[in-house]
Design a protein around this ligand. Structure first.
Ligand SMILES: *[C@@H]1O[C@H](CO)[C@@H](O)[C@H](O)[C@H]1NC(C)=O
Ligand SMILES: *[C@@H]1O[C@H](CO)[C@@H](O)[C@H](O)[C@H]1NC(C)=O
Ligand SMILES: *[C@@H]1O[C@H](CO)[C@@H](O)[C@H](O)[C@H]1NC(C)=O
Ligand SMILES: *[C@@H]1O[C@H](CO)[C@@H](O)[C@H](O)[C@H]1NC(C)=O
Ligand SMILES: *[C@@H]1O[C@H](CO)[C@@H](O)[C@H](O)[C@H]1NC(C)=O
Ligand SMILES: *[C@@H]1O[C@H](CO)[C@@H](O)[C@H](O)[C@H]1NC(C)=O
Ligand SMILES: *[C@@H]1O[C@H](CO)[C@@H](O)[C@H](O)[C@H]1NC(C)=O
Length: 737
């Protein structure tokens, strides 16, 4: 049977195929047999009908899939023969996937001189691939994967001028891996995986002109070609062979590469430095080889979302990847790797200032924690963290409870959101599924309160966590306007923006917004209220600011949304992976609210020290006022101080004034968070100054003097922490918490 995955894959091929036609405008899209009607009314030529009947005869057809192929030969091109399409009396397409066909492919297939597509994947066809197939010059697509074909691949396919997709994966083909097919002029997809091809990979594969190349799971030996000239390759899979030698340096020039798998071979040597240039690379599988050495400099900057280097012999620091990889991406194996939080710490050097530092740290941390107490006490408006569990109740609808007491009692329900089934729950795209009942039955714990409402951590019956924002009464627009706006917000997806997963509008106008739950809490809490054992190093601070900047840019440029209320409390941290990543929350909410409610929010932001000065007069937030707020967050990360810590209640002094004051007195070094100066990860003076100057420009009183978000992203990229970690440093001593 044809699995969904396989069908999808072939669909992708078909999609590419059409795209390919459109790209190459000397061909017209209508030439793709998929887009043509089965018949144009012209009857099939007798020679072709004979060939089809011959093909029918050598196939074994236990389910009568070919019953419509009338032995009289009548109607072959009338559109009545299963899987057959014709044009001008020629058979152009045979499509009989997953029909349990056995037997073999008759050599007469070569007589179909107009055939463009042969698609009989997912059958149990045995025997060899007829050599005559490689003589059909009109051939565009061959899909023979998931059969039981044996023998070598005939030569000649490499000369077919129009061949675009050739997939014979998962058969029992053998012999030397064919060289010439890789240099086929139009070939876009070549999949030979899952056969028993032997020999070394011919150099022709390094000159493959298509986008998908898969020769994995064969019996290939020797080194990979050293010359790679492709400018289009998207995926290269050579996994599960017996390849030796090193990773080809030149593959680092194939800048289009998105997926590379060399897993389970005998490759050795180190990861070439050139691979740090593969800025499209999303998936890298190097597992089970004999690779050694360090990750090359800059490797952490690749947009990898999937990585496995286990069972190698890599060493040195793990780069600061933007995706938070799980330890199972690196270990077992690679005993010499370090820098994975809590598991494989890199040696940390003591600070240059000598033995007094430990005391300084202690006293500094004491002040910090005192500050954080003050912060918590003051933060009644936006960032209060009520650690007390507010309610733990199973409500009405909980099937369990009902079954237990036979439905006698009036069901209890959560006092927090007065759920009654009958409300409207609307899901947006996302992994967590739940019903309105599940939501209303969830146990909830208050995480914080804001002008718009209260946020809860809710635990669903299946144990998964979600964040639920219960909107205050009387601040939301009409249901019609709300629905229109919330549908827009629910479609926004970006790794640095907290995704809205669902909303609920209850029968009594209860309004709940459901988000992903971020276990790291807010940046404000993390930065100012953490214990002394939780370090927040330079790399993490830069990564958090980069994440927030990317989120903000996406809002401004792609969604046309001004945040209007960016604060350290609205930047949430995901601490589940190896690296802390940041997501912006609360964006776009102003669109759901009445103008009065929004004015209230702007006022509150002012009292917290994040509001741009021009907003005291002008009530409407702009992208430049967002830049101001971002600048305050950046100052917060650099100084370790919350704006509330230094602001006077009358607003006479704020965080920018405080910083400017110290800088003016030439005490610049004092302004930075002491904690930053410690350890292997300490930034250079130059980096600190660059970051400080950037932050100060963001908080310029005049909006026109503030940089735009694109410039901010570029400046932050220069502070990119991952590269710096690559160069080994000499350290005086090793201390680690
Ligand atoms: C095959 O074609 C002949 C002649 O047109 C017709 O009599 C017969 O019914 C057809 N058989 C099938 C199975 O369609
Ligand atoms: C090649 O075929 C195999 C087996 O069907 C499949 O798993 C793999 O994804 C294919 N490779 C490419 C690049 O499409
Ligand atoms: C693959 O081919 C080699 C050499 O021809 C042979 O020894 C081996 O048994 C084959 N393996 C499989 C799984 O068919
Ligand atoms: C792995 O590489 C090391 C040198 O880097 C070599 O000594 C060792 O033999 C290799 N092991 C295998 C299984 O190839
Ligand atoms: C791992 O690499 C180190 C050098 O980087 C080498 O001394 C050691 O033998 C290697 N181990 C294995 C199992 O290949
Ligand atoms: C890592 O991932 C595996 C499976 O993908 C999971 O079982 C494990 O709990 C994860 N570990 C951590 C620390 O997240
Ligand atoms: C990496 O590969 C190993 C070995 O196949 C596997 O056990 C592990 O789960 C993989 N890790 C990830 C994150 O895919």
């Amino acid at each position: 049977m044809l699995s969904f995955k396989q069908q999808k894959r072939w669909d992708r091929h078909a999609g590419l195929w059409i795209a390919f036609f459109l790209l190459h405008n000397h061909m017209v899209a209508s030439q793709d047999p998929d887009t043509l009607p089965a018949t144009d009314g012209i009857p099939a030529s007798p020679q072709e009908v004979l060939a089809l009947l011959r093909i029918k005869r050598t196939l074994v057809d236990p389910r009568y899939a070919l019953a419509s192929w009338n032995e009289s030969g009548m109607g072959a091109c009338d559109g009545t023969w299963a899987g057959i399409k014709c044009a001008q009396g020629r058979i152009i397409s045979i499509a009989l996937p997953a029909k349990r066909l056995g037997g073999s492919l008759a050599p007469e297939v070569g007589n179909l001189v107009g055939l463009r597509k042969l698609n009989v994947h997912d059958n149990v066809i045995t025997g060899t691939i007829p050599a005559s197939l490689a003589t059909i010059t009109t051939l565009r697509g061959v899909a023979l994967f998931n059969n039981r074909l044996t023998g070598p691949l005939p030569t000649g396919f490499g000369k077919l001028p129009l061949l675009q997709a050739f997939d014979v994966a998962n058969n029992d083909l053998s012999g030397a891996v064919p060289a010439e097919i890789a240099s086929s002029p139009s070939l876009n997809i070549l999949n030979l995986s899952g056969n028993n091809f032997t020999g070394t990979v011919p150099s022709d594969y390094g000159a493959f002109r298509g986008q998908y190349l898969d020769i994995g799971s064969n019996s290939l030996t020797g080194p990979l070609p050293s010359v790679w000239t492709s400018a289009r390759l998207l995926e290269l899979h050579v996994n599960n062979n017996q390849l030796t030698g090193s990773l080809p340096e030149q593959l680092g020039n194939v800048l289009t590469l998105k997926a590379l798998s060399v897993a389970t071979n005998g490759l050795s040597g180190s990861i070439p430095a050139s691979y740090a240039r593969l800025t499209a690379l999303e998936s890298l599988d190097l597992r089970s080889n004999n690779l050694s050495g360090q990750f090359p400099p800059g490797f952490g900057g690749l947009p990898l979302t999937s990585l496995n280097v286990t069972y190698n012999n890599l060493s040195g620091p793990i780069p600061a990847f933007t995706t938070a990889f799980n330890i199972t991406s690196f270990s077992p194996g690679n005993e010499g790797l370090c820098g994975f939080p809590g598991i494989l710490a890199c040696p940390v050097a003591g600070p240059a200032t000598g033995p007094t530092t430990a005391e300084e740290t202690a006293s500094h941390r004491k002040t910090l924690s005192i500050q954080s107490i003050v912060f918590i006490a003051l933060g009644g408006t936006l960032a209060t963290i009520l650690l007390v569990v507010a309610i733990i109740l199973l409500c009405c609808c909980c099937r369990r409870g009902r079954a237990a007491d036979g439905g006698r009692d009036k069901p209890e329900r959560s006092p927090e959101w007065e759920g009654e089934v009958g409300g409207k729950l609307v899901h947006f795209e996302g992994p967590i599924q739940f019903t309105a009942d599940d939501l209303l039955c969830a146990t909830a714990e208050v995480l914080g309160k804001s002008t718009y409402g209260t946020v809860y951590k809710a635990t669903l019956e299946n144990g998964s966590h979600i964040a639920v924002k219960r909107l205050r009464e009387g601040i939301v627009k009409s249901q019609k306007d709300f629905t229109k706006e919330v549908d827009v917000l629910g479609k926004i997806r970006h790794p640095n923006l907290l995704a809205l997963r669902a909303y609920y509008w209850g029968p009594k106008d209860e309004k709940l917004l459901v988000y992903d739950y971020m276990p790291g809490g807010s940046l404000a809490a993390f930065l100012h209220a953490r214990g002394p054992e939780t370090a927040l190093d330079w790399a993490t601070r830069i990564r958090v600011s980069q994440g927030a900047a990317r989120g903000l840019v996406h809002l401004h440029q792609n969604e046309n949304i001004v945040h209007g209320n960016l604060t350290a409390s609205n930047i949430l941290l995901d601490t589940r992976g190896s690296l802390i990543t940041a997501s912006i929350s609360d964006f776009g909410l102003s669109r759901l609210m009445t103008p009065a409610a929004n004015a209230n929010v702007v006022a509150t932001a002012g009292s917290l020290g994040y509001r741009a000065p021009e907003l005291t007069k002008l009530k409407k937030a702009t992208t430049k006022s967002d830049v101001y707020s971002f600048g305050i967050v950046l100052l917060e990360l650099l100084t370790g101080k919350a704006p509330q810590d230094v602001s006077t209640t009358d607003g006479a002094i704020d965080l920018p004034d405080y910083v400017a004051g110290i800088v003016k007195e030439n005490w610049t070094a004092e302004v930075f968070d002491l904690e930053l100066m410690k350890g292997a990860a300490a930034p250079t003076e130059e980096e600190l100054m660059t970051a400080l100057q950037l932050a100060m420009r963001c908080v310029s009183p005049a909006p026109s003097e503030r940089p735009d978000m694109d410039e901010i992203i570029r400046s932050l990229a220069e502070l990119r922490p991952d590269e710096r970690f690559q160069s080994p440093r000499t350290h005086s001593e090793g201390t680690s918490a």
